[in-house]
Design a protein around this ligand. Structure first.
Ligand code: RAM
Length: 911
């Protein structure tokens, strides 16, 4: 595109009438521990965050005052406050820690905040609230209960030498009790393992599914906290709980860690208006049955529901449970009972199928139009005793039948057996599938599309990012990523949602988590996952490549465990939350030392497990390349990454006040750099190892290249990409984490853009051209062996999403700031891309950036939230003059750029 010099105008989109004294400053979006009015907070100094808005530009906080009380009335009157921070001169509006009187277990609290800003004072905010978890184990009066037997035909616990399959019916539990006085507050503390669905008087206590989230149950057991005051009836009440198997009674055994038969711990605490208290706890006074309609539930194999076994009214008062049993007292699962701080899973969206067609065998195939994760709800006509079954798949075979080979041994089939002829509605409770297509059998008519609804499930978190460009392929890749990411959150980030695996593989998220954080508020999820990783460590300090370690893989490689560090760093940079770094620093240090002691030789890390996993192989039928010229030496991967982790540890040590550790990390890093270059760097050719793009780009981006050689090393990356791969990606999971940013930083955004927009193999565009609506596990996912070939893996995204938001849109946190308090906005403008429009809801509020450079005209709209600033850099070719208008703090010219420092507000640059 021909670039024209354009006049830069700065105008404020809003009408700004100069300084008036009326305060328009408002405080919004109160958060406690990054959540809105949370229940069951388990830290004693929770942190407050808020956002500030006004209709004028350049809004900055000058001071805050926070008040906390045990009731809204006390907050209002100011009497008996538990904390009044007083006026604190500070611009901090994210994660300000509580410093008042000790907070009490189980109690509710209320807070508000008032600010002084450069535009005047805000009024008091609305009142936010939270409640504390049970802080002391001794407060648990409940007993773990369940049915300690297999009592239905066909049930299997899985045995060594057997088929590994497990099968078990859901457990139904009930308890009637009386609440004989006026109730002020009732809170249910509950852990139902694997998954529970709880009811009070026949009503669900929440829309959560699969709660609580998975953990390494003998180290940690999560419980959930629900306020059920409104569900409690005067006088007689019934608590009902269904227990599914989840990840506790695991899908396969042995081969996947299993923890035992399902069990329930529940404690309902009632506060009466007269100040007295009552507690209803799980114990031997409850009743249990496993003869209910959910006769099997297994996340791999599906759910089987026999409507003939329904027990109408089982979770309401007066149900005759004479046929039910007294529950067995079950052993406690040993792990520390911990209030879950990350959100549970919910149905987040529903989808209607786009097509249905009949197969020659009388079965129907439903097409959802999108590879999705969750389940199907059905409204169909059935015949008594004639099962209707649904089998789920991502793909179809050429003949139009389901392609099941890539699901390996997962049976992925839900079965409903009607109790009578006629209409029925159903959906499963304890299973999910990764699918686009569903085969339906057992019907004697062709159903309407309206009979089906796809329920998309994943952890309840806000969508924070939006990204559109003038190039439909670039948009579609973002859309596929969005679907892939939401497909792979199940209380932990999973590798895949469909086959017999669905585990928390670390390597897939080392850099991925960072890119994902632009699209989803995944802060609580990743905080939780880091705890899974630490819980899953070996006593010797090894990190399991799968965490929670339902598969235990202590390979002592570097590249997969690096996620422990990179994700903690991401939480700090993206959300301003350093708690994960502080919590896990000792474990990180232990792992660094363990690795140094066991796998480092002459300052080279010698162990690697996966290589540059899933690089495009030489033949499209292969899963892994066999060509030595394409494979990167494992020692290069582990040494470069370990070196980078040392540098991360230096920063972490500072955050944790462990400065004494720093010289050790520094001197080790220096020795490693020297040894690494001596061993792998050829000064003549400026090549690392066998000159793969991955070897060179890791060395370059992670800072190992000797000064002065950067350009030459980079040239090798470019030459290799152009010469050997025709401008295509040649990396696997390791190299891809740095590819897009690396090419851009060293001046070849055109090559990054080519790689992005390729539609020939290998590329993201190739996946899409071949029907992908998510991201594949393999570049050659359409031709490779089904043994390892998921159509919904996110690891090959590498740093693509980071590059989308930071480099294409220019939404980038400044290196000396965290949480987007300060941005450096410096988009790249690849030839061929005319428009980018993106937004990101940061912890300070929404950031927007939209530029166009169509027909020679350049324009750029930016919006920054209150209490943030940005350094905007516009290439000189687009700018000749800059006005001096409100919100603009400074304008200066550097070589090639006009730099404009702005405060919050909305700005338009250009015509
Ligand atoms: C596969 C997983 C995962 C990857 C490991 C090494 O089985 O699906 O994505 O991290 O292997």
């Amino acid at each position: 595109m021909k670039k024209t010099t354009l006049l830069l105008l700065i105008a404020l989109i809003f009408s700004w009438a100069g300084c008036t004294s009326d305060s328009t400053v408002k405080v919004e979006n109160l958060r406690l521990e990054m959540k809105e009015n949370p229940l069951g907070i388990n830290v004693t100094q929770p942190r407050f965050s808020w956002q500030i808005v006004s209709d004028r530009p350049d809004l900055a906080q000058v001071s805050y005052q926070i008040q906390v009380a045990a009731s809204p009335e006390q907050l209002e009157s100011g009497e008996g406050l538990l904390w009044d921070s007083g006026v604190v001169r500070s611009d901090q509006s994210v994660l300000v820690p509580y410093a008042g009187k000790a907070l009490k277990s189980g109690k509710p609290y209320f807070w508000r905040v008032k600010l002084a800003t450069n535009q005047g004072d805000s009024p008091w905010s609305d009142v936010g609230s939270w409640s504390m978890a049970l802080l002391d184990d001794s407060e648990w009066k409940a007993t773990w209960i369940g049915e300690d037997a297999l009592s239905n035909p066909g049930e299997e616990i899985g045995v060594a030498g057997g088929n590994n399959k497990t099968r078990l019916a859901a457990r139904y539990l009930r308890k009637e009790f009386t609440a004989d006085k006026a109730v002020k507050r009732a809170v249910l503390y509950i852990s139902g393992l694997g998954s529970h669905e709880a009811y009070l008087n026949g009503k669900k206590v929440s829309e959560d599914v699969f709660a609580p989230m998975p953990s390494l149950y003998y180290k940690r057991v999560y419980y959930n906290v629900y306020d059920v005051t409104n569900l409690l009836a005067a006088d007689k009440n019934t608590l009902g709980v269904i227990l599914g198997n989840g990840r506790f009674f695991s899908m396969r055994n042995p081969g996947m860690k299993t923890f035992g038969l399902p069990r329930l711990l529940a404690q309902l605490q009632i506060e009466y208006a007269d100040g007295s208290q009552a507690t209803v706890v799980s114990d031997a006074s409850w009743k249990i049955t496993s003869k209910g309609p959910i006769v099997a539930n297994n996340e791999f194999d599906g759910e089987e529901y026999d409507a003939r076994l329904e027990m109408a009214g089982w979770n309401t008062n007066g149900y005759d449970d004479g046929a039910w049993k007294t529950p067995d007292v079950m052993e406690a699962p040993a792990g520390k009972l911990t209030a879950q701080q990350n959100p549970n899973i919910r149905v987040q969206e529903t989808l209607k199928p786009v097509a249905i067609f009949e197969r020659p065998d009388g079965k129907y195939i439903l097409d959802m139009g999108q590879n999705m994760v969750g389940w199907l709800s059905i409204n169909l006509k059935g015949k008594k005793d004639q099962p209707v079954s649904m089998t789920f798949a991502e793909l179809l075979q050429k003949d139009g039948s389901l392609y099941l080979a890539n699901l390996r041994k997962a049976l992925v089939t839900d079965i409903y057996t009607p109790a009578k002829d006629g209409d029925f509605s159903w959906q499963p409770r304890f299973v999910y599938h990764g699918f686009r297509f569903v085969e339906i059998s057992g019907l004697d008519y062709k159903p309407e599309l309206s009979a089906f609804t796809g329920h998309v499930i994943y952890d309840r978190m806000a969508t924070t990012g939006c990204f559109e460009t003038s190039n439909p392929l670039v948009n579609q890749i973002h859309q596929n990523s969005y679907w892939g990411i939401r497909s792979n959150y199940r209380g932990m980030p999973t590798d895949c949602p469909q086959r017999d695996e669905r585990l928390g593989w670390l390597g897939d998220r080392a850099t991925g988590a960072y890119g994902e954080a632009f699209i989803f508020d995944n802060s609580r999820l990743y905080n939780k996952w880091l705890q899974d990783i630490e819980d899953s460590m070996s006593p010797e300090g090894s990190i399991s490549d799968v965490s929670p370690n339902y598969w235990t893989i202590y390979a002592d490689d570097v590249t997969w465990p690096s996620a422990f560090f990179y994700v903690a760093d991401m939480l700090y940079r993206q959300y301003g939350d350093d708690s994960a770094i502080r919590t896990h620093y000792p474990a990180m240090k232990r792992w660094m030392a363990h690795m140094e002691a066991t796998t480092m030789q002459d300052y080279i890390m010698t162990k690697d497990q996966y290589g540059d996993w899933c690089m495009p192989p030489e033949s499209q039928e292969l899963i892994h390349s066999k060509d030595p010229a394409r494979k990167t030496d494992g020692a290069i991967l582990s040494t470069t990454v370990y070196y980078d982790l040392l540098n991360k540890m230096i920063g972490f040590a500072r955050i944790c006040g462990q400065e004494a550790d720093i010289p050790g990390f520094e001197s080790l890093a220096a020795k490693m750099k020297e040894a690494y270059n001596a061993k792998f760097f050829d000064q003549e050719t400026a090549q690392y190892g066998n000159n793969t793009v991955t070897a060179n780009i890791l060395s370059l981006r992670l800072g190992l290249v000797p000064e002065g050689y950067e350009g030459k090393v980079f040239k090798n990356i470019v030459d290799k990409t152009e010469g050997d791969f025709g401008g295509h990606v040649s990396t696997g999971v390791l190299g891809i984490q740095h590819l897009m940013r690396g090419l851009t930083e060293y001046g070849r955004v055109d090559m990054a853009y080519k790689i992005l927009t390729n539609e020939t193999y290998p590329s993201w565009g190739y996946m899409i051209r071949n029907g992908a609506t998510t991201i594949w596990e393999l570049w050659n996912g359409d031709t490779a062996d089904p043994a390892m070939n998921s159509a919904n893996h996110v690891m090959l995204l590498g740093d693509l999403l980071i590059w989308y938001y930071e480099d294409l849109a220019g939404i980038k946190c400044a290196p000396d700031a965290v949480g987007f308090k300060k941005l450096v906005m410096e988009p790249v403008f690849p030839d061929g891309l005319d428009e980018v429009s993106a937004s990101y809801r940061s912890v300070y509020g929404e950031i927007k950036s939209a530029w166009t450079k169509k027909n020679g005209d350049f324009s750029w709209d930016i919006t920054l939230p209150g209490n943030t600033t940005a350094l905007v850099r516009i290439p000189k070719e687009y700018v000749v003059t800059v006005g001096n208008l409100p919100g603009v703090r400074r304008v200066s010219a550097t070589e090639g750029y006009t730099e404009i420092e702005i405060g919050s507000g909305s700005y338009h640059f250009g015509k």
